[in-house]
Design a protein around this ligand. Structure first.
Ligand SMILES: Nc1ncnc2c1ncn2[C@@H]1O[C@H](COP(=O)(O)OP(=O)(O)O)[C@@H](O)[C@H]1O
Ligand SMILES: [Mg+2]
Length: 239
């Protein structure tokens, strides 16, 4: 198998004296959709924040595209091609949908390609084009998630990390967003790392998965294999 795009080795991290992640090792293959699932408080968001440089790593390595990015400043990590769509979407109040999307491209100098990517986001999510002038924070929850994902695409990442795609959204919308992620992955080849509390949704979208329990990776495998695991079925799928 080819070298993974992202490979984490023995990572520990937390907040001040509070250790949250313990000896995390994982690999994300280029071009794939991988999910991280686990209960509330397991450390999923902390893991994404450590990858994107918002939480310091206490030990271990985060190898991305051939370089150790652990403890690099967040803007440099973004420049290496990792974008983080945070839990709760965090769009900028007072800025239009279009300006929120363009903020994702602030490091880019290739104006023609930026315009093309904006058109791509509008094709992917036509509602954003209809609402382009509207304050992004007045969109519905599902539309805000589309805008946050769109903003991520606008930075032309190699790795798109999404924290809680489905949070607070109706099942129909979650399905629509899942289809959009599959389409993004298929048409642009962007590697996707999806964090989800909704395990059924995550397993439908992703090909590979890992389970985090109290800050440790407890299982990894294809989502097909994980869905067939009796312990996982009982703990996370309720069957
Ligand atoms: N800013 C913070 N300061 C201190 N502890 C935090 C902070 N954010 C999260 N935690 C703690 O880290 C643990 C993991 O949280 P989190 O990564 O948000 O889990 P998840 O995303 O899996 O629900 C929890 O015990 C939580 O209370
Ligand atoms: Mg979280």
């Amino acid at each position: 198998m080819a070298e993974p795009l992202l490979s984490i080795e023995n990572l520990s991290a937390g907040y001040g004296d509070i250790r949250v992640l313990w000896d995390i090792s994982l690999a994300v293959q280029a071009g794939e959709i991988t999910c991280i699932v686990g209960s509330n408080g397991a450390g999923k968001s902390t893991l994404l924040r450590t990858i994107s440089g918002l939480v310091p790593a206490n030990s271990g390595r985060i190898m991305f595209d051939g370089a150790n990015i652990a403890n690099m400043p967040p803007d440099r990590i973004l420049a290496t091609g990792i974008v983080h769509v945070p839990e709760g979407r965090r769009l900028f109040r007072g800025l239009s949908v279009r300006d929120n999307l363009l903020l994702g491209a602030y490091l880019r100098k290739d104006d023609t390609a930026v315009k093309r990517d904006l058109d791509y986001v509008f094709t992917l999510f036509p509602i954003l084009q209809e609402r382009w002038k509207q304050d992004a924070t007045t969109l519905s929850g599902g539309e805000q998630q589309m805008c946050a994902i769109g903003r991520g695409i606008m930075s032309k990442p190699k790795l798109l990390m999404i924290d809680e795609l489905s949070l607070g959204l109706a099942p129909r919308l979650v399905e629509r967003l899942g289809e959009a992620l599959l389409e993004i992955n298929r048409t642009t080849g962007i590697t996707i790392l999806l964090v989800e509390q909704d395990v059924i949704t995550a397993f439908e979208i992703a090909r590979h998965g890992l389970i985090i329990e109290t800050g440790r990776v407890s299982k990894t495998g294809t989502t097909e294999a994980l869905s067939g695991d009796p312990a996982i079925r009982q703990a996370y799928l309720g069957v």
